[in-house]
Ligand binder design. Sequence first.
Ligand code: CA
Length: 647
Amino acid sequence: MKKLILSLGVMLSAGVCGASVTVSSPDGKLKVVTDVAGGKPVYSVSYNGNTMLENSPLGLRSDVGDFSTGMSIVDSKTSKVSKSFDQDKIKKSHIDYEANQLVVAMKNAAGQEIAVEWQVADNDATFRYVIPRQGETRSMVVESEASGFRFPQETTVFLTPQSEAMIGWKRTKPSYEEFYITDAPMDTKSKFGKGFTFPGLFRVGDKGWVLLSETDVDGYYCASHLSDYNDGVYTIAYAMPEENNGNGTASPGIALPRATPWRTITVADNLAPIVETTMPWNLVEPRYKTSRPGRPGRGTWSWIVWQDNSMNMADQKTFIDLAKDLGYENILIDAGWDQNIGYDKMPELLGYARSKGVRPILWYSSSGPWNDIIQSPINKMDRPIVRKNEMKWLRDNGVECIKVDFFGGDKQETMRLYEDILSDAADYGIDVIFHGCTLPRGWERMYPNHVGSEAVFASENLIFEQIFCDMEAFHATLHPFIRNSVALMEYGGTIFNNRMSRDNNSGNTRRTSDAFQLATAILFQNPVQNFGLTPNNLTETPEDAISFMKNVPTTWDDTKLIEGYPGRYVVLARRHADKWYIAGVNALKEPLKLKLNISSLGLKSDAGMIYADDKEKGVKAKELKIKKQDSVPVEVRPDSGFVLVIE
Ligand code: CA
C-alpha cells in the first residue's frame, strides 16, 4: 500500500493525459476501459469483443471530498502481477495468478486525488480505490460509492436479497439466508427493497456470465452489497443504519492512505471459470501466522436432527461415539451446553471425547447488544476481556475449535468483531466457524484459523420448514455457481433420515435420495464438514452410503465444473490427492441422461466406482467402466444425484 501511494505521487506529477485507458487480461480476451464522461468516472468490460458491462459508474463520496463528479484523469500506469501460492481450505490447493494491473490517477474539481486500481486476469476484472492523504487530512468517512454495474439489456440475474435489518429469529437478520431469484429480469425488485447480497450471478444473454463479489474486507471497512436495479445500474451499497440494532456507523471510517476492498467481476463465455475462480484469494495475503494451519475434518452434531433436547451429557456422548464409529475427527456441541450440561461437567464430556480420539467444537453466540438471542453461552465473545478469559478456559480444556453464531450484519463495527474473534482465537490455538453471519470475503487466506462460515440457507432449514425439503435440490444446484464459488460454505448437510426428526417418523419429509445426500458432501465445499448423520443411520442406511461417508474427504486439490446450469442441475469434479470425486445432482422434474465429458481431468484409469440410486432412495456402489472419457453415460432421477470416484 505504502509503495503504491508513493508511486501514485510520482505519477501525479508526471502530467495530465486525459484520454481513456485500457487494460486487458494476459490472454487478451478480457478488456476494461476506464474513462471520464461529463466529469463522471466510468468503466466498461468486454470479453471476446462482447460487451459484458456497459459504461458503469466509478467513484465515491466522502466527508473530505466528492470523488464521483468533476473528475479528470491525470495519469495512468500499467504493470504486471504474477504470484504462486498454496492455499488450504478452498477449492484448489495451488494457485498461479497472472494479471495486468492498471492504476488510473484522477482528481476532482478541488484538485483532490484518488486512484482506481485494476487487476485484470484472464477471467477476472477487479478494482478498488486507493485514497492518499488529502493535504493535512488523514481521516475520512466514506459516505457512499458511485461504483456500479450496468449490464446489457438482455441480462438476467441470479440473486438473493439483502434482508431488512433486525427481523427474523430473535431479530438476528441480515444473515445471508434468503431465497434466490433465478434467470429473472434485471428490474425484478428485491424482496425487502434493500438490494441483493454478494455474490451475484448475471447471465448476459448468449454472450456469457458475470459473477460479482468483493474480497479483502476486514475491520478497516464495512461489507457491501448491491442496490436494487435503478436507472439501469446496480450500485455498491453499504450496510444499513438499522443493522446491529443501530450500533456502529453504516459508513466506514478510514485513516489515509487506505485502499477500499476489491470488487471482483468474474467474466466468461461459459460457467466453468465462474465455478473455478480463485479471485477472492488471489488478491489477499495472510494477516497473521498461527501455531498450526486451520484444521479440516468431519464431524457429527446432535443438534441438527435431534435438536435442543439433545443438549445433554448422554446424547452428546452418543454423538461422540457416532463420530468415533464413522472415523470422524470432530464432535460439534451446539447451543445450550453451558446451561444443560454446565461448565463444571464439561471437563467430563470433553475428556470423554478426548478418550475416543474425537475433537470437540463448542458453540457460542456472538452477542452482544445487537439481537434478542438467549441461546447460550452468550456475552462471551463480544468484548476482549471476557472473550480472552473464555478462550483461556477453552485452551485449558483442550477445545481447539469454536462455532460463533448470530452476528449483527455488515457494518464496519461487525467486521471488526469477526476479525477480533479470529485474532484472539488464533492466540489461543483455536479455529473458528461463523454461523448466522456475513459472506466471508477472502477470509480463508487472510485468517489462517477461519474454517467455516454459513451465510446460506443451511441444513437447519430442512428441519424448520417443509418448503426447504421441497426445494433442496434446487438450492443445491445454485451454490456451486454462486455462494460456494467465492467462499467456503458451512452447510451441515448429508442427512439420511427420511423424516427430519430423532424418531425418523415425524417432522418434515426428505424429498431427495440418499445418492443426492452423498453428492452434496462433495458439492458443498468447506474444510470442516459437520454432517447430519444420526446413530440409526449406521443400521438403517445402505452400507455403501455409510462406507462412502466414512471415507469422504473435506479438502481439495482441484475443482472443475463438468456441466450444469444454476437451478437445473450440476456436475462438479473435485480432486483429493490422486482421487477424483465427480458429483452431480438433478433439480429438474425429469430424469437427466448425461454423457459426461471428463477428458479434462487427465484420468489414467478406465474404471471408477459410481455411488448412485439403488431402490427408491437407497444407494448402491457399482464399478463403472469408462469406455470414452468424453462421453460417460450417467442417468440421474429428479431429486437425486450420484458420485463417481476415480483414482
Ligand atoms: Ca443459520
